[in-house]
Design a protein around this ligand. Structure first.
Ligand SMILES: C[S@@+](CC[C@H](N)C(=O)[O-])C[C@H]1O[C@@H](n2cnc3c(N)ncnc32)[C@H](O)[C@@H]1O
Length: 216
C-alpha cells in the first residue's frame, strides 16, 4: 500500500486532485495562472508557431496556454489515462505516451520544452536523464522552462512541509534539497535564470540550449 494514501486517492479522482492543486495554487492566483507560468516565460522567447514539447503534460492544463497562443504542442506523459483526458480536452494537442527520461522522440525538433510541476516526481538519476533528454530534443538556441517546488522557510514553510508529508513522495523531499539551476548548468544548458514565486515556495526556471560555437 502507498505510504501516501491521499496521493493515490488524488491520482484516481481528478476532482480531488484539482481541489488540492487549486488550494495550493492560491498564492499565485489560482490553478489557471499556475499552469500559465511556463508558457508565459517560453512564448516571448520563441518564434511564432514554433514547435513546443510539454513533458509530463498530465491532462494538458499547462499545454493549453501554449496552444491558445498558436504554438503546435506535443504533450508527453507516461499515463495513458491522463493523455486520453488531455486529447479529449485539448483536441489540438499531439499526445505521446512515454517516459520523460527516455522520450521516444527525435532529437533537435523543438524550439521550446516545458515541464510544469513534475520534476519533483523523479529520483535524481532520472531527473538528470530528463534534463539531458530535454536538451537533446531542443533545437540550437531553443528554450527550456520548468515550474516546480522551491524550499521555503517563510510564511509557507509549514504548509509546504505538510503538503509534502501528505501528498508527495521521497522524490519531492530529494528535489527540495537539490539545486535545479546548478543541475541545468552541469547538464550543458546556458542562460539559466531562476525566479521564485508564491513567497518562495515555487521556482520558475528558464534555460537555453546554447548555439554551437561557429567554425573559425
Ligand atoms: C503533478 S502532474 C503535472 C501535470 C501537468 N504538467 C500540470 O502542470 O498539470 C505530474 C505528471 O507527470 C507524469 N509522470 C510522472 N513520471 C513520469 C515519467 N517518468 N515520464 C512521463 N510522465 C511522467 C504523471 O503521469 C503526471 O501526469
Amino acid at each position: 500500500m502507498s505510504r501516501r494514501p491521499l496521493r493515490t486517492f488524488a491520482y484516481g479522482h481528478p476532482w480531488f486532485y484539482h481541489l488540492v492543486t487549486g488550494i495550493s495554487a492560491l498564492p499565485v492566483g489560482g490553478p489557471q495562472r499556475l499552469r500559465q507560468l511556463c508558457a508565459q516565460r517560453l512564448a516571448p522567447r520563441l518564434p511564432p508557431h514554433a514547435p513546443v514539447l510539454d513533458l509530463c503534460c498530465g491532462d494538458g492544463a499547462a499545454s493549453a496556454p501554449l496552444l491558445a497562443r498558436g504554438f503546435p504542442v506535443t504533450g508527453l506523459d507516461c499515463s495513458r489515462q491522463a493523455l486520453e483526458r488531455a486529447a479529449r480536452t485539448h483536441p489540438g494537442l499531439v499526445t505521446v505516451e512515454g517516459l520523460a527520461e527516455q522520450p521516444p522522440l527525435a532529437p533537435g525538433q523543438f524550439a521550446g520544452v516545458q515541464i510544469s510541476l513534475a520534476l519533483h516526481e523523479f529520483h535524481r538519476p532520472a531527473r538528470l536523464a530528463l534534463l539531458a533528454a530535454a536538451l537533446r530534443l531542443l533545437q540550437p538556441g531553443g528554450w527550456f522552462a520548468a515550474l516546480d517546488l522551491h524550499p521555503t522557510h517563510g510564511l509557507l514553510g509549514w504548509p509546504q512541509q505538510w503538503f509534502i508529508h501528505l501528498f508527495e513522495t521521497a522524490t519531492a523531499v530529494d528535489f527540495l534539497t537539490s539545486n535545479l539551476a546548478a543541475d541545468l548548468i552541469a547538464t550543458g544548458y546556458g542562460s539559466v535564470a531562476v525566479e521564485t514565486l508564491a513567497m518562495g515556495a515555487l521556482q520558475l526556471v528558464t534555460a537555453r540550449n546554447p548555439f554551437p560555437p561557429s567554425a573559425p
